[in-house]
Design a protein around this ligand. Structure first.
Ligand code: SAM
Length: 239
């Protein structure tokens, strides 16, 4: 997979080359390029923003500079992702869909955002998603790109040491994952639940499923409401 990020703060994207993502680059599983939007400016001040039509506070990112940048970076197989608090909420299902793409381009907004015609124009040539990482407002799109790329790349074949861990993570079966424990058996008077030390795998699976259901019911009842009817068996319903 190829990933291109266009931003006015290329240094902000340094974590894309760290830890798990860095190893995925080294192993040739992904190619990451970060571009400075100001490379596509034509004036001495290298300006990327201008006052908003209709008045109001803040500045809006200029269409010409974004248009030239995206013309240079996008190609036939590109999906363009534009982080914005006004976008569709990012989910694990979207991360899974993005992991199947061959080329993702991210356009990082700043100030009041990017002139809307940039998105309209790009959508004439390629799929474009305006995506939000949550109901709050960040200063720029860079932190959102780090979130979306990390959630996506960990799902690529070969990136995680043990691919089963992604299959069992929260949201894979529509539920939150239950609690996890490691040694020692007792720590500060707190014991690991006995069932996990029983060696009875059927019992352990049932316990984990119950924990996931209870936790989801308590913390995210909205997820339970969205579960397909047939994904709960009679023992699930008892929880
Ligand atoms: N005026 C915009 C609004 O109210 O919808 C907010 C602009 S915000 C200050 C600047 C940039 O930060 C946005 O263009 C976007 O790239 C990014 N951003 C802020 N919050 C975000 C969120 N929740 N999800 C994704 N991107 C976000």
């Amino acid at each position: 997979m190829r990933i291109d990020v266009v931003t006015i703060f290329p240094e902000y994207l340094a974590p894309l080359r760290a830890a798990l993502l860095g190893r995925a680059i080294e192993r040739g599983l992904i190619q990451v390029d970060v571009h400075d939007l100001r490379d596509w400016t034509h004036d001495v001040h290298r300006a990327v923003d201008d006052a908003p039509y209709g008045g109001g506070p803040g500045m809006v990112m200029k269409p010409q500079v974004w248009g030239d940048a995206l013309d240079a970076v996008c190609d036939e197989g590109t999906r363009l992702i534009v982080p914005t608090p006004a976008g569709r909420p990012f989910t694990q299902a979207m991360a899974r869909a993005y992991a199947a793409e061959e080329h993702l381009v991210f356009a990082c907004g700043r100030y009041e955002g990017i002139d809307q015609r940039v998105i309209e124009d790009a959508a004439r040539r390629m799929p474009v998603d305006e995506v939000s990482i949550g109901d709050y407002v960040l200063v720029g799109g860079e932190a959102a790109v780090l979130v979306i790329v990390e959630a996506t790349v960990r799902l690529l074949p070969g990136v995680l040491g043990n691919p089963v861990s992604a299959e069992q993570d929260s949201f894979s079966d529509g539920l939150l994952e239950g609690p996890s424990y490691t040694r020692p058996e007792v720590w500060r008077d707190l014991a690991v639940p006995e069932v996990l030390r029983s060696g009875n795998h059927a019992l352990i699976d049932r316990w984990r499923r119950d924990q996931a259901l209870e936790r989801t019911l308590r913390r995210r009842p909205d997820l339970l409401e969205r579960l397909p009817e047939d994904s709960l068996d009679s023992r699930d319903r008892a929880v």
